[in-house]
Design a protein around this ligand. Structure first.
Ligand code: 6R9
Length: 642
């Protein structure tokens, strides 16, 4: 492999950075060698506590039992809002940029406080108490952030479901965590297209016995269905509440939120994060990885429905007292210069997005950049999937005018915050590498037998020690938590990613090694798409794999066997694609349906996905050993149908 380019740390960044190269090394060493002392100092420095903790950390990866700052008491909303008021009541907390380029709004910390308190009081008036689950199915409006913080304020556990998920997917998530309240909007708006959120909620709630009330925020004002004894307009209830609300004193280990994410098997898992450790990880990583400086404007383009929208749109920036941009729209509306226009309009200093968006914008052509200056930008970031060096270079040279370091942040819903990441003032960057571990993060590369690989090596990425932002469980399913993450390599948290370490100790994520596909930075379990396909009456069997896709990173490639007598037609392909969108949502849209009257199976009936991946990649030369197949001729048949 040819050696990658190295971009040194900028002198301008070094001048004000929180962490120089020397400091990184010293802090990193201490974070491993004297871990509890390190984390205790960080927790004192970065958060306000009502009561100190009894124990810094206590965990056992063999039993999947993890606790940080147990006995400590704090409130996340207090840390994200109230503690800033003495100094920054009039500072902008949120800049909302509408889908319509003429719509934007500045919300101060004082206003944020008042709005969150009103909603928190409204929720209490609906009977929501500490520990209750509240589902948020929201567009990117300020109320989405208010709702997360209002839950945190009263100790309710939020479960944000991405607005692009279907009614069926929403129902499954509401039922799994038995949400009492759903907060939604009449409609969302993306690229001038209305998204029928309330309609989807109505459909989902045809089968959700736990839901008592639905609070509906008016966004587009279009008419929606209504059920008087269940549905409540947000403005009718919330706008008249008191603007103060005493925060609930939460134990550090009380749950803060649940977020569903795809795994290699079964239905999506309710990843559960708790209060103290998660907030510390969010706060610290935000400050250090974006090298955030007082007064800067920060923009993370992620939707609140993903973990990035939790940690780096809401909790990380607000806990640091930063100004965070909430963008309702899409990168290509009204045209492909929208991101850069918004950067200029709001003088954005720190910009964080996904490689898939960069590839799409790069493909649209540089003329969309040339009408903007982007002169305010200081730091750029990426997240969600490996960034190909070509997109990295474009981001660096064109978007950042060669003035801005890029932080490529590797992490997961389960890790709570960034784990492998260059620090802008400390780490020379190599395009395509997430580079070095964050404080307290110990990494191991394991071979398939679980042996630890030393030095330059490629293997399965695993983590032998806990960090504060680690997920604490799969909601209501401790057994699944252990099985999914700790059973594969005893004593390790297994990430599901493959990774290479180079001669300089830099880490290069190579992608998932399990049956998870990363589509445009969104995780999709192959099993989920397969289950959706086989629900269709014409489908007998389905096998789904990922394949390389220029814009999305990976696309969804579905092999489908039909019931006897069904006709393998193009019309049916189109219908199956529609069917999957309806079952899961547009994020799961198959890119290719490949008719498979037979699937390559071992004699024990196991589908050989390795072969299906190769065919999907158009790589027939290296199909490997097919002799264990029950019927090797199906492979030739599949290839002939490509
Ligand atoms: C934050 C987030 C997690 C999976 C992860 C990995 C991939 C995320 C990456 C990256 C290479 C990066 N991933 N960031 N791969 N470089 N900088 O995306 O969480 O949705 O749970 O996805 O995404 O494969 O395991 P999540």
């Amino acid at each position: 492999m040819s050696e990658a380019k190295i971009y040194p740390v900028f002198d301008a960044i070094k001048a004000t950075t929180h962490v120089t190269k020397e400091q990184y090394q010293a802090m990193y060493d201490r974070s491993l060698n004297d871990a509890d002392a390190f984390w205790a100092e960080q927790a004192e420095e970065h958060l306000d506590w009502y009561q100190p903790w009894d124990t810094v950390s206590k965990y056992d990866f063999h039993t999947a039992d993890i606790k940080w700052f147990a006995g400590g008491k704090l409130n996340v909303a207090y840390n994200c809002i109230d503690r800033h008021l003495p100094a920054r009541a009039e500072q902008t907390a949120i800049i909302w940029e509408g889908d319509d380029p003429n719509a934007s709004q500045h919300i101060t910390y004082q206003t944020l406080h008042d709005k969150v308190c009103q909603l928190a009081n409204a929720m209490r008036s609906l009977g929501i108490v500490k520990g209750d689950r509240v589902c948020l199915y929201m567009p990117m409006v300020p109320e989405a952030v208010y709702a997360m913080l209002a839950c945190a304020r009263i100790g309710a556990i939020h479960s944000v479901v991405f607005g692009g998920f279907s009614p069926d997917a929403l129902r499954g998530r509401i039922n799994d965590s038995e949400c009492k309240l759903v907060i939604t909007a009449d409609e969302g708006l993306r690229g001038a297209k209305p998204i029928p959120l309330k309609k989807n909620v109505d459909k989902a709630c045809e089968g959700t016995p736990s839901v008592e009330k639905i609070l509906v925020c008016q966004v587009t004002g279009n008419k929606v269905g209504w059920q008087d004894d269940r549905d409540v307009w947000y403005h009718d209830l919330v706008d008249f509440q008191e603007t103060s609300c005493e925060p609930e004193q939460m134990d550090a280990e009380d749950p803060l939120f649940i977020l569903y994410t795809s795994g290699s098997t079964g239905t999506p898992k309710g990843v559960m994060h708790t209060t103290g450790g998660y907030l510390l990880t969010a706060t610290m990583t935000f400050k250090y990885i974006f090298d955030y400086q007082e007064g800067e404007v920060y923009w993370c383009t992620a939707d609140v429905g993903w973990i990035t929208g939790h940690t780096y749109l809401t909790y990380g920036p607000l806990s640091n007292g930063a100004t965070t941009v909430v963008f309702e729209g899409v990168p290509t509306y009204p045209d492909a210069s929208r991101f850069w226009q918004v950067v200029d309009k709001h003088k954005v200093n720190i910009f964080y997005t996904a490689p898939t968006a960069l590839r799409a914008l790069m493909g649209a052509g540089d003329e969309y950049l040339e009408t903007t200056s982007r002169a305010s930008l200081r730091i750029l970031g990426t997240v969600g999937e490996p960034i190909n060096p070509e997109a990295w270079e474009w981001y660096f040279h064109k978007v950042g005018n060669e003035q801005c370091p890029i932080v490529d942040t590797w992490w997961q819903t389960e890790t709570g915050g960034a784990m492998i990441v260059p620090l802008p003032g400390a780490t020379p960057a190599k395009p395509g590498s997430a580079s070095l571990p964050f404080f307290g993060v110990e990494l191991a590369l394991l071979d398939d037998e679980g042996n630890v690989l030393q030095g330059e090596a490629s293997g399965n990425l695993a983590i032998p020690r806990s960090w504060p932002g680690q997920m604490r469980g799969v909601y209501n399913n401790p057994k699944r938590f252990h099985e999914a993450y700790f059973a594969m390599y005893p004593g390790y948290y297994f990430t599901g990613d493959g990774c290479r370490r180079d001669a300089d100790g830099y880490y290069w994520i190579t992608g998932r090694v399990d049956d998870v596909i990363n589509v445009s930075g969104h995780r999709m379990g192959t099993a989920e798409v397969e289950s959706a396909l086989v629900l269709h009456e014409a489908v007998a069997e389905a096998a789904v794999v990922g394949y390389p896709h220029d814009i999305k990173g990976q696309g969804i490639y579905a092999y489908v066997t039909l019931m006897a007598g069904e006709d393998y037609s193009d019309a049916l392909k189109a219908e199956l694609i529609k069917h999957v969108r309806k079952e899961i949502g547009p994020v799961a849209t198959p890119d290719v349906i490949h008719w498979a009257p037979g699937l390559p199976k071992t004699r024990s009936g196991k589908i050989m996905r390795r072969i299906l991946r190769k065919i999907a990649e158009d790589d027939y030369g290296s199909l490997g050993d097919t002799s264990t197949l029950a019927d090797p001729s199906v492979v030739d048949d599949l290839i002939s149908r490509r």
